[in-house]
Write a protein that binds this ligand. Sequence first.
Ligand SMILES: [Zn+2]
Ligand SMILES: [Zn+2]
Length: 117
Amino acid sequence: MIDHCCAEMTRQADRRCGTHPDVFACPDALVRYEPKFREYGLIVHDGGSAYREIAFCPWCGTRLPQSRRDGWFDALEARGIDPWEDRVPPEFEDERWLREGPTDPAAPAGQDPPPSR
Ligand SMILES: [Zn+2]
Ligand SMILES: [Zn+2]
């Protein structure tokens, strides 16, 4: 789980609607949080899945973390993975790839990440 800037953002970003499994189909959904890009956006209710990236929280005014969208593509490219053609590793489906160092919290810090399986 990610700590968002405030309770309202947490409520919105983690919002699950029982009626609309797809947040873009839910008229009450305001904010989209994309964990793998660490990106926040306002949902554009045009029937598609568009959102406008936002730099500040609409509720508390906190500056939101900068989108890592470019870094995501760079990191995949560094592994020789084409996100359009190849299967994206599971750690790239959410924010796990953004964590530096070993993915296992029990592993001692300062060591190389374990080899990918
Ligand atoms: Zn809904
Ligand atoms: Zn906030």
